[in-house]
Design a protein around this ligand. Structure first.
Ligand SMILES: [Zn+2]
Length: 138
């Protein structure tokens, strides 16, 4: 049996977003499971939060990547977010800043930014989505 593979997703605590994000990552990246790190309005937290608020998220992402060898880390924002009631344009800017921040952590994983729109469909904000035929990182 092949080794079980993981991705890592930083999502809102909002129960409407986790399933679309998880399914999208499994579909596009061919991983078996997605570790979910949830915070209210994580795009705002990572883009504008205090270092003391960002540190626990960084710890959890690093834990997931190191222990589950996740090769994809996706940070996301979503429509109608109670934790971050910003415009879509503001969300997209925050998601891009979040991607830049996570890339600066220099983890051995691809970092992308995702948006869950008003139809609860996933759009790519930052980073190229690869197809599921992409070989796994050794
Ligand atoms: Zn939210």
């Amino acid at each position: 049996m092949d080794k079980i593979t993981f991705g890592t997703a930083i999502t809102c605590i909002d129960g409407r977003v986790q399933q679309p994000i998880r399914n999208w990552i499994i579909d596009r990246y061919g991983v078996d499971y997605v570790d979910i790190i949830s915070e209210p309005g994580p795009d705002k937290l990572l883009a504008e939060g205090w270092p003391s608020d960002v540190a626990p998220v960084r710890h959890k992402v690093t834990f997931s990547v190191k222990n589950h060898h996740a090769r994809i880390v996706a940070v996301s924002g979503h429509h109608d977010c109670a934790g971050n009631p910003a415009t879509a344009e503001e969300h997209w800017a925050q998601i891009r800043r979040s991607v830049d921040l996570i890339r600066s952590w220099d983890l051995p994983a691809e970092v992308i930014g995702l948006w869950v729109n008003e139809h609860w469909a996933v759009e790519v904000v930052e980073g190229a989505a690869r197809d599921a035929s992409r070989p796994a990182r050794p």
